[in-house]
Write a protein that binds this ligand. Structure first.
Ligand code: PGA
Length: 256
């Protein structure tokens, strides 16, 4: 079986105006020169800007093959009376390829539940876009020995309508590691990613890229990328600076 693709994804959350987005990619080109987007054939970049900056990212991307983007959420209908929601159809029209779904901030702050996420995953796939589906346990759940159970439930329910022959990426982000500077240990990452792989295969979902997220930085990306079943990263804080995100991509490319 071929190795799953490696993705380095930037989750900008509710940061960066269109003007700041333009400045980010201008700097990216200045720093990277001709090979600005190149981190080897096995590593692709995905940017998740806030919805209001997606078009600016689309204009900045320069049609490079390893440079993709998408939204941080999308509703499970193309259009209609859904005030405030994001349409995946717009992402597609702008040339985006991904939709991030089920991030822990969406789950905890905005009440997203697995049953709704399942519909979103299926809808995003039906448009030919790739859902990047996030899962992760809280500190209380890990300390209570419930990590396996929580992840299994999130995978089973949230992916219950996923098509086996359509693209899908899973991001494992322990909630206690997001934005805290507390990265999971290599042992925890190894054990949990192996569990996630096993659960995905039990669901008939084969060769899926499993990303790790939670306080990823340039100085831990290289070592984490060498762990079996780690197929890249979902990066929050360290993706906001062009130089630190590029450093993560470079450290990962050196490791795969
Ligand atoms: P962090 O965020 O890298 O700032 O921990 C990761 C995420 O929330 O996707």
């Amino acid at each position: 079986m071929t190795k799953p693709q490696t993705w380095i994804a930037a989750n900008w959350k509710m940061n960066k105006t269109p003007k700041e987005t333009r400045a980010y990619f201008e700097e990216w080109l200045r720093v990277g020169g001709e090979s600005a987007w190149e981190f080897g054939p096995d590593v692709s970049l995905v940017f998740f800007p806030p919805a209001t900056s997606i078009e600016t990212v689309a204009q900045s991307r320069n049609t490079k093959p390893g440079f993709m983007f998408g939204s941080q959420n999308a509703y499970f209908e193309k259009s209609g009376a859904y005030t405030g929601e994001i349409s995946a159809e717009v992402v597609r029209e702008l040339g985006g390829q991904f939709v991030l779904l089920g991030h822990s901030e969406r789950r905890t702050l905005f009440g997203e539940v697995d049953a709704v996420l399942a519909k979103k995953v299926a809808f995003v796939q039906s448009l030919g876009l790739t859902p990047m589906y996030c899962i992760g346990e809280t500190l209380a759940e890990r300390e209570a020995g419930k990590t396996g159970e929580v992840l299994k439930r999130q995978l089973k329910e949230g992916l219950s309508l996923a098509k086996k022959d359509q693209p899908l990426v899973v991001a494992y982000e322990p909630v206690w590691a997001i934005g805290t500077g507390k990265v999971a240990t290599p042992e925890q990452v190894k054990e949990t990613h192996a569990q996630v792989r096993q659960e995905l295969e039990a669901l008939g979902l084969m060769n899926i890229s499993i990303l790790y997220g939670g306080s990823v930085k340039a100085d831990n990306a290289g070592a984490l990328s060498k762990i079996p079943n780690v197929n890249g990263f979902l990066v929050g804080g360290a993706s906001l600076e062009c130089q630190s995100f590029r450093a993560i991509a470079m450290a990962t490319a050196a490791g795969v």
